[in-house]
Design a protein around this ligand. Structure first.
Ligand SMILES: [Zn+2]
Length: 356
């Protein structure tokens, strides 16, 4: 930090404080919900660079919204289509491969008896992969329909409910791998949640996190909408992990579409003992300023991304035609490598990850 940002010298100007550093100094980034067009203020924290909607909802408000409305509003489905299962299964394999690479092993990096927990398990594809790789695999999913699908159609140990209600009940369990894919950006209390997870970590635990990169290039109104309460850059994500008692041990590139990281419980967790040197950043505002329609359309034409996406969608539809259930489809994907081909291709790599 070389100078004090202007907004730090003025009075607090956000309705609710930053859930990571506590500052109420903020600057607006966007004023409408990109999905509905309704008024929605998104700000970036002048102290730590985290983006958030302002005011932030309370946790009970958020939990009620997720449990009853999120999937119906944004996905129009109470249980997943096979095409969704295929895509989620390919994501699960991609994440597993990345994890193995980061841990520096050519084979399974966790002992086969490891206890794993996937938070925001969605329709259970990563939990299923962990179980098929020999783990004692668990999941937690706030959506009743998806949790029921994971239990009944896939036979998985996926609990239905909000994390803060379900996890404290896992009294004596310690996890060797805790994963949260596209969950952290939906929370209002990321630090408290990360500390809760640290209290459930085994001595050798790894935390595997993936969130959308809020600086990625996209259509002008695409980035900010009500379902995402928080917006991360690589730096603000690392600061959040640090505040939550975790030490980042591996991460992907700061410009990738999604930010991935692997963390271990910090030896001496808690900001009381280790003051965090918050790094302010205007990266979110600068990224939003780059998102103009002419730039977006030029990028679409140049990259061919839209066409690839349509082709991928058609290929997914064809690939699932021979399957009658999510169970048979995931068995084919995870056990004998069928359906893998396009997961390695450029179309898959450029595809954005769906939220939970
Ligand atoms: Zn902050």
């Amino acid at each position: 930090m070389t100078h004090m940002p202007l907004s730090m010298r003025t009075s607090p100007n956000a309705l609710t404080p930053c859930p990571v550093c506590g500052s109420q100094h903020a600057e607006p980034i966007a004023r409408v919900d990109g999905k509905t067009g309704e008024p929605l203020l998104t700000v970036h924290c002048s102290a730590c660079g985290l983006g958030r909607i302002d005011p932030l909802p309370t946790r009970p408000e958020l939990e009620a919204w997720y449990t009853h409305r999120y999937r119906q509003e944004y996905k129009q489905a109470a249980s997943p289509a096979l095409r969704h299962v295929l895509r989620a299964g390919r994501h699960a394999l991609n994440r597993w491969e990345w994890l193995q690479t980061q841990l520096g092993h050519g084979s399974v990096p966790l002992p086969a008896s490891s206890v794993t927990l996937d938070i925001g398990a969605s329709s259970g594809e990563f939990v299923d992969l962990m179980r098929q790789r020999g783990m004692q695999a668990h999941g937690i999913e706030p959506h009743a329909g998806y949790a029921a699908h994971a239990r009944e159609a896939l036979g998985l140990a996926v609990a239905h409910g909000a994390l803060h209600h379900v996890l404290p009940g896992h009294a004596d369990k310690r996890y060797d791998l805790i994963s949260m894919f596209h969950v952290l950006e939906h929370l209002v209390d990321p630090v408290e949640t990360l500390r809760l997870l640290a209290s459930k970590a085994s001595l050798t635990c790894h935390l595997f996190i993936e969130v959308p990169n809020a600086t990625r290039f996209c259509a002008p109104r695409y980035m900010f909408f009500r379902a995402h309460t928080l917006y991360f850059t690589q730096i603000s994500l690392h600061q959040t992990l640090q505040a939550g008692g975790w030490e980042v041990v591996a991460h992907n590139h700061a410009d990738d579409d999604d930010l991935r990281l692997l963390a271990r419980p910090a030896p001496d967790p808690g900001p009381e003992q280790v003051p965090i040197n918050w790094q302010p950043s205007r990266a979110l505002i600068e990224a939003q300023n780059r998102r103009t329609w002419p730039a977006y359309l030029a990028d679409q034409l140049r990259s061919g991304r839209w066409l690839r996406k349509q082709r991928l969608r058609q290929a997914e539809k064809r690939a699932v035609r021979g399957f009658s259930s999510a169970r048979s489809l995931l068995d084919a994907l995870y056990q004998d490598g069928r359906l893998l081909t396009s997961a390695k291709g450029p179309a898959f790599k450029s595809m954005k990850t769906s939220p939970i």
